[in-house]
Ligand binder design. Structure first.
Ligand SMILES: C[S@@+](CC[C@H](N)C(=O)[O-])C[C@H]1O[C@@H](n2cnc3c(N)ncnc32)[C@H](O)[C@@H]1O
Length: 390
């Protein structure tokens, strides 16, 4: 008797307690993930921090990465690697981490016969799982990159699956109504089409992040009036929708401390709050201080006089920047700011809102997207909206 194609990975994930739904267990068994992994993938390059290096099937690392619970980058820099020797700067397509794939599919809460729209076909692996669970006729998947889409079409056909594949921008309407929408690409703002294509009461599962990371998994229920609401239900670091990406940039490109228009003054908050890793705070900060980028610089280690000190830079890429000098002896901390926005003032106000709400963790946060597209972040219940202080 031959083994089911997905047995090896299904074993890894059931042993780790990830698979709780027997129907998804059967779907996992039915699909060989390895067949969806292209011959070249990119992994972090230890010799060039920030860059990914290509590895091919004959590289001993390939198997190690491909056979376990890892995401693998399958395209960099939109198919034109920016570095020497095929090294890539920006991951632009990947096959997602299997445990996250299963968590997202389980969160989708599908029943037999439901119609599902996937945004971000990538390699086609997730679409294959959806087909194995719901049948080809109930699955539509959209991919913006034509080369990636062509690879997925080939992989899916070879594995015996035939969902409807659309090459185009998944932030636009492709049909519907769908009972479920799953995005395997992250949104800073939820595209209205995802909501309007979802049947009333239908569910949308997507990585969402208003700030610098896409670390939250969001589960929305469509209200039927063009709006939707729901809670943050876990971690989900993903690449961004193509038109919601931000080019990587560092503070020296935005900050000119010698600018005569810069205004000096004290800052009303410990500058290190912008590096507080509490996931609830990260979401609140990102939502209340839009477009914020952060660049802390620690004082050099070889200067005992400045031990523990840091300069914390903020910028918004639109002409506003600020810096603050952190010293471990305590505040008030000295700041310099320039441009129309008072970024430290906005950060301090956001911190106050978060603290007054009882420092909610991410599991207490939810989002309402109104029919006009407004995004309202709330704590515990939709009527407890966290608004910026004016
Ligand atoms: C993390 S990968 C998806 C993984 C995929 N579901 C799989 O099983 O391999 C994200 C994909 O979303 C695609 N993408 C980005 N922006 C998009 C958009 N606006 N519409 C459709 N696809 C998009 C990227 O090109 C990339 O292939």
């Amino acid at each position: 008797m031959t083994h089911p194609p997905g047995l090896r990975l299904a074993r890894v994930l059931t042993r780790r307690g990830v698979v709780q739904d027997t129907a998804w267990h059967r779907a996992l068994l039915a699909v060989d993930r390895r067949a969806f992994i292209p011959p070249t993938v990119w992994v972090p390059d230890p010799e060039h921090p920030g860059w990914d290096r290509p590895i091919t099937r004959d590289d001993p690392d390939y198997r190690r990465w491909a056979d376990d619970d890892y995401a693998l980058v399958t395209q960099v820099d939109d198919g034109r690697p920016a570095g020497a020797d095929g090294r890539g700067l920006l991951p632009t397509s990947s096959i997602s981490q299997p445990s996250l794939v299963v968590a997202m599919l389980q969160a989708l809460d599908v029943r037999d016969g439901m119609r599902v729209l996937e945004i971000g076909t990538g390699t086609g692996y997730n679409a294959a799982l959806l087909c194995a669970r719901l049948g080809d006729a109930n699955v539509v998947s959209v991919e913006i990159d034509p080369a990636v889409a062509a690879g997925a079409a080939k992989n899916l056909a070879a594995a015996g699956f035939a969902p409807r594949l659309v090459v185009g921008d998944g932030a636009r309407e492709v049909g519907g109504p769908f009972d479920r929408v799953i995005a395997t690409v992250a949104a800073r703002r939820i595209p209205p089409a995802w909501i309007t294509q979802t049947a009333p009461g239908g569910v949308i599962v997507t990585p969402w992040g208003p700030g610098t990371t896409s670390a939250a998994l969001l589960r929305l229920t469509a209200a039927g009036d063009g709006g939707a609401g729901g809670r943050l239900i876990g971690d989900a670091a993903f690449m961004w929708l193509r038109d919601q990406r931000r080019a990587p940039s560092r503070w020296p490109e935005h900050v000119d401390a010698g600018d005569p228009a810069a205004i000096a003054g004290p800052v009303a908050v410990n500058p290190r709050v912008v590096t507080d890793r509490d996931p609830g705070w990260g979401v609140v900060l990102g939502h209340l201080v839009p477009d914020l980028a952060v660049g802390p610089e620690e004082a050099p280690e070889d200067d005992p006089a400045s031990a523990g000190e840091a300069t914390v830079y903020l910028f918004d890429r639109a002409g506003s920047w600020a810096l603050a000098e952190y010293v471990p002896s305590g505040g008030p901390f000295e700041a310099l700011r320039c441009g129309p926005r008072d970024l430290w003032g906005e950060v301090a106000a956001a911190r106050a809102v978060w603290e007054e709400a009882g420092r909610p963790g991410r599991d207490r946060l939810g989002l309402t997207v109104t029919s006009s597209g407004e995004h309202r972040l709330w704590v515990d219940a939709p009527d407890r909206v966290l608004s910026p202080r004016t």
